[in-house]
Design a protein around this ligand. Sequence first.
Ligand code: AMP
Ligand code: GLY
Length: 430
Amino acid sequence: MKRVLVVGSGGREHAIVAGLAKSPQKPEVICAPGNAGTGTIAENVLIKADDINGLLSFAIERKVDLTIVGPEAPLCDGIVDRFRAKKQRVFGPTAAAACIEGDKAYAKKLMGIANIPTAEARVFDHYESARDYISTRETGVVVKAAGLAAGKGVFVCKDPAEALLVVEQLMVQRSLGEAGVKVVVEELIKGPELSIFAVVQGQTILVLDSAQDHKALGEGDTGPNTGGMGAYSPAPIATPEVLAFVEREVLVPIVDAMRNDGAEFSGLLYCGLMLTPGGPKVLEFNCRFGDPETQAVLARLDSDLLELFEAAVDGKLEEIETRWSPKPSVCVVMASAGYPGKYEIGCAISGLGGAAELEGVSVYHAGTKSGPGYVVTAGGRVLGVTALGDTVADAQQRAYAAVDRISFKGAYYRRDIGYRAITTTGGASS
Ligand code: AMP
Ligand code: GLY
């Protein structure tokens, strides 16, 4: 029996574990450290996702056949390099390749070299130069901390005055520590957003079905950005033309540019795009699956997820064809009151069983922990309640029927996840 280790503890990892558990190969699945949800279908081991030494010793001792790394931090810290040096099969990019997410200045440089459409940007590592540059601008700008900031490093500023305050906080006050020592100041662009996931191995690129997330905390996509308050798949704005453009003008050139730079990418390349009036433009690359898009995308995967990961790791990706459910999915994130700021944990969650009984519904756990006989909240984003439906409107209705059965103190969620797809398609399935 194959033994697979999934590293991480979020909704993304629960969705990956659930996908692996459905594999006809019936692997033994282990999750480190996992959450209450992964614990019901896999073995949870108490090793943190950033404890690379602990994970490596565990994988060797327990003779793990394949490790899949969920979060960006261990990837940027070189978990894949360490595993490979010990001949452990692992899905994910090396530390050098993970810089495509871990260093936004590097990502911008490569996009420039490869002529990839993206917002115009300047990189600064001195506060005075950033300040002088922003003072010459007349419109809004976007300020991005160059380093990893757990989704909190991007500031969309309506005017230069606001941007000046942000760079002062990042570069002088060091509000995000080392992550904000270097900043990217970017032209503010407008349009609907799209997330594209591609499994990459060498020069082979396999694009998965599309998704769109709702990053903003408030309904109507208002308020501060979060890690993501919900997602749906497929994204109607990802037309065949858009997908062909992204593959030709973005994915192929970035993969080539990384290889030429000695940072060949393997693993999951996430491309965040904005469809501007001037065509699709890249907002960011991530070196791992998105969360909560993964919950929405993998809920629709009908082919073997384990086979896909193994093919990528073994250089056989071109032999793989993925199959997707024609049914769209909607994933609603239930969060703790106060997220993305301070929030309480340890609140009992009720109704999980009743929600999961509903047809087409999967409840993916994120910040949850098993309490004595019940499940408690343990993070900002608590659950990703996901449903398939005949149309986006149907999937949305099913997801909210499940959400209505679940309760915990201070549960916060948006009531409108998927509305963009419903307005675009009138609720049609594609
Ligand atoms: P990122 O993590 O770089 O994708 O940025 C987070 C969010 O900030 C994106 O999903 C966009 O909503 C917004 N954003 C990032 N860059 C820009 C930009 N150049 N113009 C307008 N909005 C942006
Ligand atoms: N949902 C956005 C991300 O995973 O970065």
